[in-house]
Design a protein. Sequence first.
Length: 94
Amino acid sequence: MSPDLAMVLVQKLVAAFPTPKWGDDTVEFYATELEPYDFEVADKAVTQIARTHIARPSVAVMRQEVAKRTPERPALEGPAADDWLPSSSAGLSK
């Protein structure tokens, strides 16, 4: 569960889908691409992509979808699902 693997995944995913917009196709794309990886790596990759490429509403849904598809996944529901968000995202509406 190397952080380097997560960063390689970020580069791969951003290159394949450079300007993700919110929608089912975005969620499906990332969830499918991250499905083979364990939860820690997949969640780290989604978190990094979210911080730099995707608006907050997309992030929560994407993290939940990835969590459903990855082994050893924790529950990502309720207020705790958004705890990781940087404070600069607090003003974005859901």
